[in-house]
Design a protein. Sequence first.
Length: 427
Amino acid sequence: MADFVGQDQLLGEDKLLWRLIRQNHMPSLLLWGPPGVGKTTLAHILAQNTGANFVFFSAVLSGIKEIREIVAQAEKLLAIKQQNTLLFVDEIHRFSKSQQDAFLPHVESGLLTLIGATTENPSFQVIAPLLSRYRVLVLNPLSNEDLAEIVNRAIQDRENGLGQHQVTIEPKALAHLVKAADGDGRRALNNLDVAFSITEPTNEHYIINLTTVEEAIQHRSLRYDANGEEHYNLISALHKSMRDSDPDGALYWLGRMLAAGEDPLYIARRLIRFASEDVGNADPQALTLTLSARDSYHLLGSPEGELAIAQAVIYLATAPKSNATYSALNDVYRTIKNSGSLPVPKHIRNAPTTLMKELDYGKGYKYAHDQPEGIVMQNHLPQELKGKKFYKPTNRGHEAVIGERLTKWHLILKQRAVAADKTEGKN
């Protein structure tokens, strides 16, 4: 284990994996973490330390036929040599449900110790029965110190690295190489390999400088998966930053998504949703502006159109917030679910036929434009819901104006009702 770099939260003294190895006990594990943090290497080390037969299995290249062959071989080894089999499944999230089901009985029986590796949130990608038999271990992105150690070891390693050559990497070059790796050890080593290959030796001494590293890297590829957990983490961070009225945080997460290759139109659609859900009538212009941002991107494309999306993000983050529309619609849905299909009151039904008129459709309807102030006192809900209030405007932004208007109308209608009662009393 001394050769493994990083993941001290699992491998440090008295930590979980350290204890399991010391006890020579290895349950089925699911190693969940971003690319290049040592999942495959760790699985190899675990197999070596437990004396198990290590079998590598790719979820991309193999199927149920190969699973059966592995099971048969595991049964022979257990019967003849009393040796357990540790099956490492790379990218287990790419398995179909039937492929994952094929492992279940053999994991349950203990024939196979299954170690899966995934970059995706296993809650979404691994079937529940298999997930319940795993011990899920979260591997973190490698720290800059970890990455620097990995690079320096590779430079000194005579067997698998560059140790058979005289190689020096300048401090600024190392720092840039580490930063560009973004927590991914494999990326750091690949970039080191490219940098070495384009370095001209001086008296058989290779000096890797900052210029060479920058040329090798060309473009920093950020850790991102457009369909995976990081995708949802970043859009959540963007949404919550805007909701909390933080334009700087919102712009940062927008930039992270765009830099990683997210579809700007996906972001634009989320902004449109946000304009209704979190701003609403506190600023009705928010919806118009986000729609315009989407149309602007359609017209301009990248990178020019991304500026319109950034403008919309700043506008939404700094706009007054209200979820009154969102809450009102959810309240409506809950009420409908509980009360069923209540009939439309007859006075607000349309009456295009004679029969409908004879059945009192539209009878007693008051035309708002014929009333003082353009408002009318009549019930528009089913009788069972009369008086129910769904929309409750906040006192923020334009919605405060709406609230004042509704309060004024309610007062006028209440005064009319009192006046009507007095008139009826005199008669």
